[in-house]
Design a protein around this ligand. Structure first.
Ligand code: MRU
Length: 367
């Protein structure tokens, strides 16, 4: 997608030095557009952990490039295969909920298993990380095509009146490599000239909706309105939301969906008001080993400072962090919640749209 008219991905290999990986620093948006260089696996780990990069597909691809950086820095002090496993285990702990991280790293470890020399594994790791990146782009685009059909159908029913889409957090191109998951259908519909309007949940505590989704949509010129997190139910009661589309960090084989905290409450409101509630996700976000999302998906708990402080920009352009609650009040900061499959109308994947149940999911993903 474009930033001030220039096409960007969220992660790329430095064009002058292939041992350097570049990423967009998402902690600074929407106030400052800056990129950061990753040179070691520790840089990749920290970028994931401190949310320089975030969003399930991007976390996974950053982990894959992290493996590549780890291999460049292999100094033969321990056997190669032992080293690969150690670095994979390390990188996989950067964040717990988005399953893409473990899936992509495990895929890479499997492929590297029979190699014994450093040069070959470096070459293969770079090739694989690049392929994984490109694969995510094409999956996102395909999700966009399928999801766009849903928006188009609503548009026809509304005789061309704008379709109101509610989304939560940032499941946009920033969370992926390009296009996004939840935003891919939005961008496709917009490019097709279908009149749309997006309700953007601010998404406390880190405000990925207000900060990142709103920024993305503004860059693309898509009509949108940012709403406080607790507004969605009211809008749905008054017929102001035609469809909800959210992303996912991990979806079970039975269709339970972990996504940014607050998603579940939107799904409940959608169910109560007969608003279709769709989840857009690539196959790299399915955890086919799990069948009970509420009890089996690990939910990240994050620092209290994300809740008791807020960052903003002054009219003079200075970025400030302020405390917004009494000093010393305890805070709970769960990063994700699980929406049970029964509240999900459908899953929009790169292979098509299916119902959120084991039979329907396995009919699309037999392998
Ligand atoms: O904590 P984050 O910002 O990494 O959480 C991101 C989300 O919850 C997204 O909605 C999710 O990763 C979907 S990815 C396209």
């Amino acid at each position: 997608m474009k930033v001030n008219g220039l096409h960007y991905h969220t992660i790329w290999v430095n064009e002058n030095d292939s041992s350097v990986i570049e990423v967009i620093d998402q902690r600074r948006l929407p106030f400052v557009f800056e990129t950061v260089q990753l040179k070691t696996e520790t840089d990749a780990f920290e970028a994931i952990r401190n949310m320089t990069v975030r969003g399930a597909p991007l976390i996974g691809v950053t982990g894959a490039f992290g493996m590549y950086l780890a291999l460049i820095n292999y100094h033969e002090t321990i056997p190669l295969q032992e080293y690969i496993q150690e670095k994979a285990d390390y990188l996989k702990t950067a964040r717990p909920t988005a399953v893409n991280l473990a899936i992509l790293i495990d895929e890479m470890v499997d492929a590297l298993r029979n190699y014994t020399d450093k040069e070959s594994v470096i070459e293969l790791a770079l090739k694989m990380a690049t392929e994984m990146k490109n694969r995510e782009i094409s999956w996102s685009e395909q999700i966009g095509e399928y999801g766009c059909e849903l928006i188009e159908a609503i548009s026809k029913k509304k005789n061309g009146e704008p379709v109101n889409i509610l989304t939560h957090c940032n499941a946009g191109w920033l969370a992926c490599i390009d296009w996004g998951t939840a935003t891919a259908p939005i961008y496709k519909a917009f490019l097709k000239g279908i009149p749309i309007h997006v309700w953007v949940d601010e998404t406390r505590p880190r405000n990925q909706g207000a900060r990142l989704t709103a920024w993305e949509l503004r860059q693309a010129g898509v009509p949108h309105t940012v709403i406080p997190d607790n507004t969605g139910g009211h809008l749905m009661q008054h017929g102001m939301v035609d469809i909800c589309i959210v992303g996912s960090d991990r979806t079970t084989a039975t269709g339970d969906v972990a996504n940014k905290i607050g998603t579940y409450l939107k799904a409940l409101a959608a169910e109560d008001n007969q608003v279709p509630f769709y989840v857009a996700l690539p196959s790299s976000t399915f955890d086919f080993n799990l069948s009970d999302g509420i009890n089996e998906i690990p939910i990240e708990q994050r620092d209290a400072s994300e809740v008791n402080q807020m960052e903003g920009i002054s009219p003079e352009g200075k970025i400030h962090t302020v405390r917004i609650m009494p000093e010393g009040s305890p805070v709970a900061n769960y990063g994700f919640d699980v929406t049970p499959a029964r509240l999900v109308t459908g899953l929009v994947t790169e292979r098509g749209i299916c119902e959120a149940n084991r039979e329907s999911i396995s009919s699309l993903f037999q392998k």
